[in-house]
Structure formats: structure tokens, C-alpha cells
Write a protein that binds this ligand. Structure first.
Ligand code: LLP
Length: 416
């Protein structure tokens, strides 16, 4: 993306306080809650900032962060490729207009391989293998196109152990066997376009940056060894993981410093590739939820809301922190109370925030939950037979519902 208006006024982070309370209240009134709101203009700004920091890199958007159609279209228009984790994501990325699509096959189900190979007749699809026997399975399907070999770099980074892929044997071929794997794929007639690794998710501070740098160095060394073995590869993808500050007290990622560190550590004679997911969409989204129950207890004030772990799984799954803001029009005049914001699911992990200082909530108040654009709707589920929420996409003054609210009837649709 070049020279767009988005590049002009482009702050490194949009905080929850920056969203217009009046507009969010109007959206909640029109579409009801729980409701995900995603601002496509902000997605474009984030994409523009990435492009500016990494002008020469191949940028593939990690679709898993947010695969809603307007998001995919905006990012495809920005000229990014798509990094996909399933056949479903590959289909959605192709349909949304991405011209460059990569399927990162992690223990790929046969049905996924069937579908991706079929799509590769019509679209430019590259497959990233994380195990050598995926080559057998691709050959069985008559496919010997372009691929990346995913390396397990033995370097991890991340906001939680559950998202540190770089040290988990599940992912990629051990670094010590990577050159042999590339040679084997090459001998068997595949076009090895590049190597790839993803250390984890949530690079934000200097410690994370050091791990990132080590990853880039390791991949560069491997690329050198591959060249020494007489095999030419065009690309080295260093994965995603660029973090966003979930707390107002945290500073945003210094994208230029990250880009500089990457350039300094990158010595491969190949094109650099990055795969940001969260960074493109996190601060472009909020989740709106309504207070339905107020319960004073000796320990805390429990504020029951209509969104819980089925709508936003991150707090329950990773103890993730998301800022919570009261959008009550008169909240400025209220005293502050400490509250626990809990959802409607029968599990004690169903808490969106603990010990939060908020203007004394009242039943019917609207809350906004920040940084909900990444891994929010995508991870929503129907546990407790709770229908998934609606999603509204904003673009300037326009608002369009891009996913309708699921109904209880929807939940039974596939049952006999
Ligand atoms: N590339 C690969 C191969 C990945 O596995 C991932 C994320 C990414 C890129 C993008 O990472 P990002 O830039 O978004 O950090 N559900 C978790 C995050 C899981 C990420 C999994 N892989 C969360 O909500 O924090």
C-alpha cells in the first residue's frame, strides 16, 4: 500500500479511549450486544505502517487473526499475501481476492490437502510443510508445486506458553534436519521456494526483540547452508508475532526498531518474508457488551455482562488482559468501584477482567473491550449452546453488518 491517506495520520496504536463512545453506543443500539466492531480504516492504517517499516519484504497476513470478509478484502487490496492455517482459510483468502496464498500445513488433515491441491489449479498457492511425510501425501495427490519448509528454530517468544511455537516439536522440522529436508524436497521435484519459521506471538519488549533477532540469524544461517548445498531458495519467512499493547500502561511496539533489528540480523541472499496477524487487526476491533447483573459480594462487585469466554476466549485461555471501558453516557459523574467482569458461562474461568476500577456500573450500561480485533470473533464458539455474536464493519461513516448474530435455531441446524 503506498501513498494513501491512511499513511498520513497513522498512530502506532489506537487505544480503547480513542473510540467514539457515542458511535459505539449507536452501534449497540442498532445491532444489539454482544457485538464485535471492526474498523476497516484502521486495518488499512496498520497495513500501511507495516509496509512503510518493511518496504521490500513479502508481507503475508496471518488470516487466523481475523478472517472476516471486509478485513480480508482490505488487506488483499493493500497488496499483502495471505498465510493460511487451514483449507477453510485458503478458500476464504482466495475468495476475498488475495493473489498470493500460502497454506501453512500443520499436521494437515487429508481433507485439507485434497481441497488445497484442488484450489491450486486455479490460484497461486504455496504450501509450507512442517513434516517430511507431507511430501508423500502431496505426491499421492499429484501435486509437486512450490513449497516452503518450516523449520523448528528452537527459539520461542510469546505472551503465553500456549502461543510459543518456536520451541514446540509440533511445529516445523528440527533446525538440524532442515537442510536435508530442503534437499530431499528438491530432489523429489518440488520447487522449494523458501524456508519459514514462527517463533511465537506477541513480540513487544526488548527481551522478545532479542529472541526475534536470534530467530532471524538462525534462519539466515540455514539459508546459507542451503545455498552451500547448491540449492537456490528465493525466500526466507520469519513468521509473525508482532505484538500490540493490551494494557494502556504498555508502550506500543517500536515497529521501526523491529524492522531495523530484522534487517541487521538478516543476511540471507533471499527475500525477507513476514507474516503479521495480530498487528494488522487487534486495535481495529472492540467488543461491545451489556451489563445484565450487578452483585455486591464481600470480596468484590461482580458485574455480569452478556459476553463471556464463548465470545472472547483469550482471557480464559491465556489469562489475557483486555482493557474494559464503560460507555455509559453519565459515567463521568459516578464514583469508582473495583469490579470483576464476568460472563454468562457456567465456568469460573469465564471472567473478562478482574479487579478493574470502573465508574460504578449499573444494569444496562454498555462496556467496550479493547483490542478485540485479533483472535476475537475467530475463536468464538458455542459452548453452553450460546450463539456466536454479530460483527459490524465500519468504513469511514459507513457501518455494515458483516456477520449476523447466530440464533439458537442455528445451533441445531446440523443435528438430526
Ligand atoms: N504465522 C504463523 C505460522 C502462525 O502460526 C501465526 C500465529 C502467525 C503467523 C501470526 O502471529 P501474530 O502476528 O498474530 O502474532 N490465539 C492466540 C494467538 C495464536 C497465534 C498462532 N499463530 C492469541 O489470541 O493470542
Amino acid at each position: 500500500m503506498t501513498g494513501t491517506a491512511a499513511a498520513v495520520e497513522n498512530s502506532p496504536i489506537r487505544r480503547l479511549a480513542d473510540w467514539s463512545a457515542a458511535r459505539l453506543r449507536d452501534l449497540a443500539a442498532e445491532y444489539e450486544t454482544p457485538l464485535y466492531v471492526i474498523d476497516i480504516e484502521r486495518v488499512r492504517e496498520n497495513a500501511a505502517r507495516l509496509r512503510e517499516a518493511f518496504p521490500d519484504a513479502a508481507i503475508d497476513y496471518a488470516v487466523k487473526a481475523n478472517a472476516r470478509r471486509p478485513v480480508l478484502e482490505a488487506i488483499a487490496e493493500a497488496g499483502f499475501g495471505a498465510e493460511c492455517a487451514s483449507a477453510g482459510e485458503v478458500v476464504r483468502a482466495c475468495e476475498a481476492g488475495f493473489s498470493d496464498v500460502r497454506y501453512t500445513a500443520v499436521n494437515p488433515p487429508s481433507r485439507d490437502l485434497d481441497r488445497v491441491v484442488e484450489l491450486a489449479d486455479d490460484y497461486d498457492i504455496t504450501i509450507t510443510i512442517g513434516a517430511l511425510d507431507t511430501l508423500d501425501r502431496l505426491e499421492e495427490r499429484g501435486w509437486s508445486g512450490s513449497l516452503y519448509v518450516r523449520v523448528n528454530p528452537d527459539i520461542g517468544v510469546g505472551h503465553h506458553t500456549k502461543v510459543r511455537t518456536g520451541t514446540d516439536p509440533k511445529f516445523g522440522i528440527p533446525a538440524g534436519r532442515a537442510v536435508a529436508a530442503v534437499a530431499e524436497a528438491d530432489e523429489r521435484g518440488f520447487t522449494v521456494e523458501g524456508i519459514h519459521a514462527h517463533a511465537g506471538s506477541g513480540i513487544l519488549d526488548s527481551e522478545d526483540l532479542a529472541a526475534h533477532r536470534a530467530l532471524v540469524e538462525r534462519l539466515s544461517e540455514l539459508a546459507g547452508e542451503i545455498a552451500d548445498a547448491g540449492i537456490v531458495i528465493d525466500a526466507v519467512s520469519i513468521g509473525g508475532g508482532f505484538g500490540v499493547p493490551y494494557r494502556d500502561s504498555e508502550a506500543p511496539l517500536d515497529l521501526d526498531a523491529l524492522a531495523r533489528a530484522t534487517r541487521e540480523a538478516f543476511s540471507a541472499d533471499a527475500r525477507l518474508g513476514i507474516e503479521p496477524g495480530r498487528y494488522c487487526v487487534a486495535d481495529a476491533g472492540v467488543l461491545l457488551t451489556t451489563v445484565n447483573t450487578m452483585k455486591p459480594t464481600p470480596e468484590t462487585t461482580v458485574v455480569g455482562v452478556d459476553a463471556g469466554m464463548t465470545v472472547l476466549a483469550r482471557p480464559a485461555l491465556y489469562d489475557a488482559f483486555h482493557e474494559i471501558r464503560s460507555l455509559a453516557a453519565d459515567s463521568g459523574g459516578r464514583e469508582t468501584v473495583e469490579a470483576t467482569i464476568a460472563g454468562p458461562v457456567c465456568e469460573s474461568s469465564d471472567v473478562l477482567g478482574r479487579d478493574r476500577a470502573l465508574p460504578a456500573p449499573e444494569r444496562g450500561d454498555l462496556f467496550a473491550i479493547g483490542n478485540a480485533g485479533a483472535y476475537g470473533y475467530e475463536m468464538a464458539n458455542t459452548y453452553n449452546s450460546r450463539p456466536r455474536p454479530a460483527v459490524v464493519a465500519l468504513d469511514g461513516a459507513d457501518a455494515e453488518r458483516c456477520v449476523r448474530r447466530e440464533t439458537i435455531a442455528d445451533l441445531g441446524r446440523y443435528e438430526r
